[in-house]
Design a protein around this ligand. Sequence first.
Ligand code: MSP
Length: 674
Amino acid sequence: MSKPFYITTPIYYVNARPHIGHAYTTIACDTIARRQRMLGFDTYFLTGTDEHGQKIERAAQAAGTDPQKFADEVSAQFRGLWQRMGITNDDYIRTTEERHKKGVGELFRRIRDKGYIYKGTYTGQYCVSEELYVDGLKPGDPCPTCGRITETVQEENYFFKLSAFQDKLLELYNSQPDFIRPETRRNEVISFVKSGLRDLSVSRSTFQWGIPVPDDPKHVIYVWLDALSNYITALGYGSDDTTKYKKYWPAEVQMIGKEIVRFHCVYWPAFLMAAEIPLPKAIVAHGWLLFEENKMSKSRGNIVRAETILDVLGNDALRYFLLREIVFGQDGSFSFDALVQRYNADLANGLGNLASRTLTMINRYFKGEVPFPSQRAARKAGDDVIAEQAEKAIKECKALFDQYQFSRGLEAAWALVGAVDKYIVENEPWALGEKQDEESRARLATVLYTSAEALRIVTALAHPVIPEATAKIWAQLGLDGIAKFDLSTLKWGQLQLGSKLGKVEPVFPRADKKAIERMQEMEDQQRGGVVTDAQPGVPEKTAAATPSAEAAKPEAAKPAATVSSDGKITIDDFAKVDLRVAQVKVAERVKGADKLLRLEVDLGYETRQILAGIAEAYAPETLIGRKVVIVANLAPRKMRGLESNGMIVAASLEGGKPVLASFLEEVPLGARLK
Ligand code: MSP
C-alpha cells in the first residue's frame, strides 16, 4: 500500500474572477501533486471555492443577483480554468454544497460539545474584505491589513475559546518546527500568539449568507470557520462515508498565500485541537505575485488573467515562469516582458532546442534509433562530465523540490541543459555526421546517446512543472507514459539502446515581440471591456458561455439606452447606471492638471481610483472620510496617464462649480441608489 499524501490549496473567494495570483498557488500544488504521484504516493489533491460570508453577499448584491447564482457562476469559472490548465485535482469543494454544510455543522457541534463555544456579545470593528475581526480599533478606523474602513459590529455571537489554546499552540510550533513554513512566517505567528489571544467570535447574526449554527439558525457560522473546514468536509468528515477522511487526513501540505497565515496557523489548529482532530503536518505559505509593484488583486484592478498567457504561450509557459522566476516563499513580480524572455531563454532556446537538435540528429544519422555509446576507444572525459552533471541534477532537484524550492530545483535541472548544449557545441556532432570512418561514427553515437540520455533526465525532472511539453518529448524519445514513470528510480543510463524514437516535432516555438503586444492588448481589452474589474463583483457571465468576441466588446460599442421621442428613458435604462455610495480615502492633486483630483474611494467591497474635475472647488484634505455618490459602472478612462474607474456625482452650479452629492443620514458603503 502506497503512502497517502494529501495536499490542499486555499479555497478561492468567488467575489473575484480567477487571475494568475490564484493560478500560482494552484500550479504550485499541482506540481507537488504530480511529483508525489511520480514518486509513488497515493496522492489526493483538493481545491475549491469559498462562497459564504458578507463579502460575497455584498458582491452579489452589487451585481444585482442572488448569492447562490453569483457563486455558481464564479465557481464555474475557477473550475473551468483549472480544467483548461490540466490541473490534476482529485476533488473540487464548494462551501455551498450540502456535504460541506453538513460537515461544518458537525464540527461546530463537536467543538461546542467539548465546551469551547459559548454565547456572548461582540462589540468591535470588522473588516468585511478580510472577513476579519480587528482588535484595538475605533469606529471608522481602517483595517491594518488591507486599509479599508472597518465596520462596527455589535451583536450577540457565539465565541470560540481561542484564549484556551495559546500555550498549546506555542507548544505545537515548538515541537513541530516544520508546522509553519517558511521560518519568517513561523516567527510572525509565534510573536502574534505570544502577544495574547482573545476569544474569537464564530457566528454572525446580522446577515444570512452562511451556514446556520446548529440548533440556533438565527446565527450563521463565521465564514473562516466555515471555509477552513473544507479541508476535512471534502474528505467526508461529518458524512456517512468517512473512508477518504480516514485515509488522507491529516494533510501533508496545506499551501496558502502569506496573507492568510493567521487563519491557517492559529485559528485552524486551535479549532482542530478543540475538536480533538489531528493537525495537518505543514502549512506552507508562499509570497505574493506582484504586478507593477503591488499585490495582484481584484480590488487594485491590476490583475492578469491566466487565459491570456494560455492563449499566446500555452500552459507550460505560465507554469514554468511562475515557478522558475519567483523564489518560493518570497514576493515576485510578473511582467509580460519577463515572461517572454524566460520562455525564450529556458524553454524555446533551452529545453526545446536541446530536444529538437538531439532527436533530429538521431533521426538523420541513426535512422531514428537510440545509438549505442562507445564503451572504450571513442570516449572522452566530457561524456562522463555530463553523466556526473546529470546525477547531480537528480540529487539537487530532489532535495530542493522536497523543500518546495521550485526555482532553485529548476535551476539545477537547467544547469544540465546548459552543460549539454555546451557539450554539443564542443563535440560538433553535425561535423562528425559528415564523416564515415569508424571512429567518427563511434564518437557521434556517444555524443548523441549522451545528449539524449541527459534530455530524458531533464524531461523526467521537469515533468511535474511542465507536464505537456515533457510528455511530448518523452514520447519523441520513444518512451511511454511519463506520468507513470517512477521518479525515485531515475538515474543515468536507463535509456534503452536501439529503441525507436517517436515522431519528432518542435515543442516550444520561439516567441517574438508580437507575443508581448498581443498579451498586453488582450488584457487591456479585458480591463476596458464589459467583462472587467472596473465592474467589480460582476461575475464574468460571458466568458465561458458566449463567444469571446462578444464578451470582449467594450461597453461603449454596445447599443446605447433607447431614448423615446419625448426625451424620456425607461426604468430599465435608468437601472443601467450603477450609482453607489463610496467614501473618499485618499485625495490628492494631479501634477500639471489644475482642475483634477486623484481620489481613492472605498465602496465597502473594493477600493478604486477616480479622477474628478473638482480641484477648484474642494481642497483635497477636506474630502478625506467624506461619503460621496459615484457612477460605479462607467467604462474606465485614462486622463493624464492615470486610469479613472467611475465618476463622482455632483450638482453643477453656475460657472461650472461642482457641489458633491451627499446624505443627511448614515449610509453604508456600497449602497445602491435607485
Ligand atoms: N477564501 C479565502 C481562503 C480560505 S481557505 C480556507 C481567501 N481567498 S482568496 O481568493 O482571496 O485568496 C486565496 C489565495 O489565492 C491566497 O491565499 C493565495 O494563495 C492566492 N492568491 C490570490 N492573489 C494572489 C497573489 N497576488 N499572489 C499570490 N497568491 C495569490 O483568502
